[in-house]
Design a protein around this ligand. Structure first.
Ligand code: HAX
Length: 427
């Protein structure tokens, strides 16, 4: 039994018992009321999902297993995945084991490359990522275990096995997609001596004489790894997994949601906006010119990309961590200067506009810019970078659900007529 399997085998009975005790003591407690508009409004604010891995605190930001993200910014994705799954930071030996496991299992089978190369050259890289994962579904240990009649309570062992295999390969897969799709080049093979982030950075094949890109990839993978259970990708992965579809189906489905412009694509929109501003106002616009342009943009009915958030009410700490990264590496670029300038100006403008509940920047206000100035100019690939990272969180979240044995997701839907009747009764 490998170290992660061993630790989870120790923790699983405790978690299962805690859940059963909670259900016995409080299972019928009323914890919230529901407004009719929430039924229509994307279930906003409805506390109806269990997620142990992370929490977004409105006045603080992301906490992974109750540790503020800023305290985890120097960690590796290996450490973050272990933390997400177990609730504990790994020892040096445990980290070394996971690093070696991922590196040694990182080769993507040839049939996947053949399938991807057979696609038309304008296929979206997110579609290619999703398809690459689905192609590997035939190797699922979970599906095999289910078909062999392994008892429900034991199925999580195979879920873990699949997640580790999927995560071992996803960096190779994504980097290969980058090379096939944008550079008409062959995928680069993984180096079994490298850690997950360094291997990914190396396989992307961009020049990186100082190691700055490798450090950015590591930070990017850490900061985007998880963001509660209710966002589209996490909730989709959880829903699909609840039908006992295996991790390849579940993660692929979650990533399809991430591909949407209202979710994972926002960083690309933000970068486009910044480039437009520079194109229109020149490379170092004055504060006054910028303010005037932003005001016109807002009053003509547009949103300022990278600002505002559905849950957060402060500057996203991930934005600040990326900004610190840019300063630490002394990245001299007009886009970085513009990000800093906008951070001084946009919150005032949004306050004056008076609509946004949160005038502060979110992570997308800078994440795409950093990839761009580090040499990755293909906007369409940015969501793939996000997706590789978010696969960590969705794998961990679904693994915990399988350990806890939570049932298939099946909320009740209502017709508008039923909703009207209910609303009248409770008016
Ligand atoms: N610029 C202009 N207006 C904004 C705004 C912004 N950045 N942020 C919010 N508003 C407006 C909303 O459009 C809304 O207007 P209406 O009443 O006319 O519909 C009003 O302020 C109230 O919105 P809110 O309650 O503050 O924010 P929401 O929860 O409705 O929306 C969004 C949150 C992130 C979608 C929103 O702030 C937005 O569109 N921001 C710009 C796009 C963006 O940065 N998206 C990335 C979010 C991070 C993320 O989750 N990535 O995956």
């Amino acid at each position: 039994m490998h170290p992660l399997h061993q630790r989870l085998t120790e923790l699983a009975p405790q978690w299962q018992e805690q859940l059963q005790t909670f259900l016995a003591q409080h299972g019928t407690a009323t914890i919230a009321t529901l407004q009719a508009r929430q039924v229509i409004g994307g279930m906003r604010g409805v506390p109806a999902l269990l997620c142990e891995t992370s929490l977004v605190v409105p006045n603080e930001g992301l906490r992974i297993r109750d540790i503020p993200i800023a305290e985890l910014a120097d960690r590796t994705p290996e450490e973050i995945f272990w933390l997400l799954c177990t609730g504990e930071l790994p020892t040096a030996e445990q980290t070394a084991w996971l690093r070696q496991f991922w590196a040694e299992h990182a080769t993507v089978p040839d049939y996947v490359w053949q399938a991807l190369k057979a696609l038309p050259s304008d296929s979206h890289p997110m579609a290619m990522l999703s398809l690459g994962l689905l192609a590997m579904e035939r190797e699922s240990a979970f599906r095999r275990a289910f078909e062999e009649g392994v008892p429900r309570a034991q199925l999580w062992h195979a879920w873990l096995e699949d997640c580790l295999m999927l995560l071992s390969r996803i960096t190779t897969l994504a980097a290969g997609i980058y090379r096939i799709r944008f550079h008409q080049a062959e995928p680069l093979p993984p180096d079994p001596t490298l850690d997950w982030a360094s291997n990914y950075a190396a396989m992307l094949g961009l020049p990186d004489p100082t190691g700055q890109f490798r450090d950015l990839v590591r930070l990017y993978l850490v900061l985007h790894s998880d963001h509660e259970g209710g966002n589209v990708s996490a909730m989709t992965g959880y829903t699909v997994a609840s039908a006992l579809s295996d991790p390849f189906y579940a993660i692929s489905a979650g990533l399809n949601g991430l591909a949407g412009p209202l979710h994972g694509l926002a960083n690309q929109e933000c970068l486009r906006f910044l480039l437009q501003l520079l194109g229109k106002l020149g490379t170092s616009p004055s504060d006054e010119a910028l303010e005037q342009e932003l005001w016109q943009w807002l009053t003509s009915g547009h949103v300022i990309p990278g600002y505002g958030h559905a849950v957060l009410r402060v500057t996203d700490p991930r934005f600040l961590l990326f900004q610190q990264f840019a300063h630490r590496w002394q990245l001299q670029h007009e886009l970085i200067a513009l990000v800093d300038q906008l951070y001084r100006i946009v919150p005032q403008v949004l306050r004056r506009h008076g609509k946004a509940q949160n005038p502060w920047p979110n992570v997308d206000a800078i994440s795409g810019v950093l990839l761009y100035v580090s040499g990755m100019r293909e906007f369409e690939f940015y969501t793939v970078m996000f997706g590789v990272s978010r696969a960590l969180g969705i794998c961990a979240q679904t693994l915990i659900h399988r350990i806890l044995g939570t049932p298939i997701v099946r909320p009740k839907s209502l017709t508008l007529q039923e909703l009207r009747q209910l609303a009248t009764v409770h008016a």
